[in-house]
Design a protein around this ligand. Sequence first.
Ligand SMILES: Nc1ncnc2c1ncn2[C@@H]1O[C@H](COP(=O)(O)OP(=O)(O)O)[C@@H](O)[C@H]1O
Ligand SMILES: [Mg+2]
Length: 382
Amino acid sequence: MQPRACGAQNGVVNAQQPENDPGDGSPVDHVFNAGALAGPLASSDGIGELAAPERVTELGLRPSNLGQFVGQPGIVANLRVHLGAAQGRNEPPDHVLFCGPPGLGKTSLARILSEELGSELHATSGPALDKPRDLVGLLTSLKRGDVMFIDEIHRLPISVEEYLYTAMEDFRVEMTIDSGPHARVLPITVEPFTLVGATTREGLLSAPFRARFGLIERLDPYPPSDLELILHRAAGILGIGLDDEAAKLLAKRSRGTPRIAGRFLKRARDRAQVAGVEVITGELARTTLKSIGVDASGLEEMDRRILRCLAQHFPKPAALKTIAAVIGETEDTIEDVFEPHLLRSGFVQKTPRGRMISPAGFSVIGMEPTDLSGDTLPLPFE
Ligand SMILES: Nc1ncnc2c1ncn2[C@@H]1O[C@H](COP(=O)(O)OP(=O)(O)O)[C@@H](O)[C@H]1O
Ligand SMILES: [Mg+2]
């Protein structure tokens, strides 16, 4: 069954891309998003109506069942049990929460869940549900067994979150109508449904909210071997050849993130097309990555700007606010999109007083630790 974006008819959709929706955080995608805003984007996850042609391609690249979903074996196995057992009991599965950095497959898994159940997907996002009334409108439109997907669920306003509690637990909501002496509580029943939440910031969800999810799955960055499989599959869908050397190179530099791998592949396909060749070779992949500013460690210009900012502060740690002001990104985007990879790779360290660049971080941007007078300083981590 085709997933349907809950849309204007429910009055719950915010046509704006949430301002800090990072996509994969790349400058390229920011440009895309700006373009896509001109069209009727129904939600931040690309499920809704889409205007930008490349986003449509992203929809095509999304795996549509668990068999096509590469990697994350623990999560896939848990989902099979979760869905199978519920289907055996003929009842909707318990609510599911997917956590993890952008581009790892949370939205894909939400879609897969509804496809596997053969149910309808109603997709929205935390910032779009800014009034309890919006949520109630959406809940009452659900049919038995439907999947309601809330992206960026950590950005749901508290007032809306509280309404969701009883809907999740008892499949009912109590709307208060009027106020003062005329106030009445109107109980509304909701058809049994499965809520799927996705968040890049699990820590921002309150404990009672988290406790209402029967299954919480955390997605990890993918090993290069998984990314190679994802790239080969995507190349097949895009109708372009991809040799093993190119797949290995693109996978290695994708920071463990399928969305980034997909973006690199599309840029390489552009080059192949312009050059009139049918196969992306290692050489072509290398030229492509160079042309879009991706270095051997998979770092892009924004990562390097963060590192240069930290290098300038060295040996003092820099506060997140300072980095944001210097590089011109929001604090949320830095924390969600850029920092996880920089921390994982050991280029940056978090201290109680702020972020510090590490020796490896200095070397990756071709700098040496110096103080303001230009003298080389000893590194604190050696
Ligand atoms: N396990 C996977 N197998 C194949 N493709 C994947 C996988 N995970 C993600 N992708 C690809 O990466 C892109 C981003 O995934 P998405 O589900 O939108 O991530 P998230 O919602 O976590 O930001 C999708 O278009 C999809 O093509
Ligand atoms: Mg998503």
